[in-house]
Write a protein that binds this ligand. Structure first.
Ligand code: NZQ
Ligand code: ZN
Length: 389
């Protein structure tokens, strides 16, 4: 570990199939005006909404609702929610849903008392809030993003064709508490489940494929990746397997709650590529990542060869005896590709609605970061997208 860092994660987690009962312990810590945020209706169909409402009523909360938060929440929807929260004099924002709902709740939380335009301030200038932050609590219904224990909030500006995530530095923007009941994820459609599985895996990759130093974080990451591969296989064949779904929910949290990035550099280019695809197609987040991953990793592999060799051996169990480093590294990526195909992930951007004519525009929407083994130029980005068609 060569880096200097501070580590603080204030989110209190309640995990397991009885975890919702702890909502009653959390509610009295905040004022009575609660804004309940949820998505397009899954929580009404599977009964989670009723369970949460019952607890809110039993605690005499004064509840306003923001319903219909869409996957990849939009700026327009954010403006709408800010008005609801202001009118209700909100004391606590309770997000009940997946990453989109949790991210959205955080974006509302830093905007309610902000006099400036939140898109301009938080998503174009990447400034931190200098106003009061409304506390957020989450009841998570989908495993993948890690939003339940981080300070990230991704918002899509459809008009500008930009999907931007701000990972706030202030840990008070992390949810104050999150309730993680793996049972709640059992009603997810298969497509969303595997998309979440790949999102978890890729979050770990993004933080692993960077830097040359010997770093404890990388060893933790290898363990987490092996757990995701193992439980992902079980869940894919048997989606109602509680043990596998529970492991996936827990690895999702640890894959992106800042721990495995500590003391090292990180890449995040697959997410930048995926977010640009998402901005143009509104495709499911995890699938945008799976569609661009292999062309990106095959592009970057020669510049970080030793890490790809380590990935092949430690994560995929590739036997390196008698092989060149390039062969071992490629075997690792081939094993990953097989696993991705086994899960039924989307492996190209054509399936997500992109075509040759859109590549320049998607490349223009891609933020270029410099933490990876090579900083791609615009033409490299276009080539990676072309190889993803
Ligand atoms: O809207 P409803 O009806 O609730 O349906 C949702 C939605 O259609 C459905 N769903 C969720 N839980 C369900 C369920 N359906 C049945 N049963 C359940 N238990 O699943 C669909 C997808 O939900 P969504 O919240 O969009 O998925 P996810 O958790 O993947 O979140 C994606 C968003 O998070 C951002 C993404 O960019 C995207 O906007 N991310 C946030 C990150 C962070 N905060 O750190 C990092 C990630 O890399 C990611 O960028
Ligand atoms: Zn992600």
């Amino acid at each position: 570990m060569l880096g200097n860092f501070a580590y603080c994660n204030p989110t209190k987690l309640y995990f397991g199939d009885e975890s919702l009962k702890y909502l009653s312990e959390e509610l009295p810590k905040y004022g009575e005006n609660v804004v309940l945020v949820y998505g397009g209706g899954s929580v009404k169909k599977n009964g989670i909404y009723d369970e949460v409402m019952e607890i809110l009523k039993a605690n005499s909360r004064n509840v306003a609702e923001i319903a219909g938060v869409m996957p990849n929440p939009t700026l327009e929807k954010l403006y709408e929610g800010i008005e609801v929260a202001r009118k209700h004099k909100v004391d606590l924002i309770l997000a009940v849903g997946g990453g989109s709902v949790c991210d959205y709740a955080k974006a509302v939380s830093v905007s309610v008392h902000c006099d400036e335009d939140p898109w301009e301030k938080y998503y174009l200038k990447f400034e931190e809030p200098d106003c009061g932050i409304v506390p957020v609590g989450c009841v998570l219904t989908m495993a993948g993003t890690g939003s339940e224990m981080n300070a990230g909030a991704v918002i899509t500006n459809r008009e500008a064709k930009l999907k931007i995530g701000h990972v706030f530095a202030d840990e008070m923007i992390m949810p104050r508490f999150s309730i993680l009941n793996p049972k709640y994820t059992l009603t997810l459609p298969h497509y969303q489940m595997v998309s979440g599985i790949y999102d978890i895996f890729n979050h770990i990759c993004e933080q692993y494929f960077s830097g040359e130093d010997d770093n404890t974080s990388d060893y933790i990451s290898e363990g987490l990746m092996r757990s995701v591969i193992h439980s992902g296989r079980i869940a894919n064949k048997d989606p109602q397997n509680y043990e596998a779904r529970s492991n996936l929910m827990w690895t999702a949290t640890w894959a992106l709650n800042t721990l495995v990035a500590k003391g090292k550099s990180t890449d995040w280019m697959v997410h930048m590529l995926g977010q640009a695809v998402g901005a143009h197609t509104d495709a499911t987040h995890g699938m945008t990542l799976s569609a661009v991953s292999l062309p990106y990793y095959r592009y970057i592999m020669p510049y970080g060869l030793s890490k790809f060799v380590r990935f092949a051996e430690n994560v995929w169990g590739v036997d390196a005896a008698g092989k060149t480093d390039e062969q071992v590294a490629e075997e690792g990526l081939a094993a990953m590709e097989n696993w991705m195909n086994e899960l039924g992930l989307v492996m190209n951007i054509t399936e997500l609605g992109a075509d040759e004519g859109m590549l320049e525009g998607i490349a223009d929407s891609t933020l270029i970061l410099d933490g990876g083994y090579k900083v791609p130029e615009h033409d490299d980005i276009v080539m990676i997208f072309r190889n993803s068609l």
